[in-house]
Design a protein. Structure first.
Length: 98
């Protein structure tokens, strides 16, 4: 196995090695009860629901972030439109006088 170039790649290598060892121990019957329970939990419907919930929460956070950015853009456009209306009506912006 080649050395990892980034910490994330190194972590993924370590996870892969640990999974290989756990798989071998499960196959030959030497896995500890904690290892067995860990993999049983991963396969449970509750775990799958929990992972789905986490994914949906991530989508919600992303949507909220996009909504905040959109609101900021709308406010900027509104401010620009109001400044244009003032100029069109003959009112000068304070910023333009300097």
């Amino acid at each position: 196995m080649r050395p990892a170039l980034t910490p994330e790649a190194r972590e993924n290598q370590m996870i892969s090695l640990a999974m290989d060892v756990a798989e071998e121990r499960l196959r030959n019957g030497t896995a500890s009860s904690q290892e067995i329970v860990h993999f049983l939990k991963l396969g449970s419907s509750r775990e799958k629901h929990e992972q789905e919930k986490i994914a949906l929460e991530n989508e919600l956070v992303k949507a909220k972030t996009e909504a905040v950015a959109s609101a900021k853009d709308i406010k900027e456009m509104y401010d620009q439109a109001m400044a244009s209306f003032r100029r069109y009506s003959g009112q000068e912006d304070d910023e333009d006088e300097y």
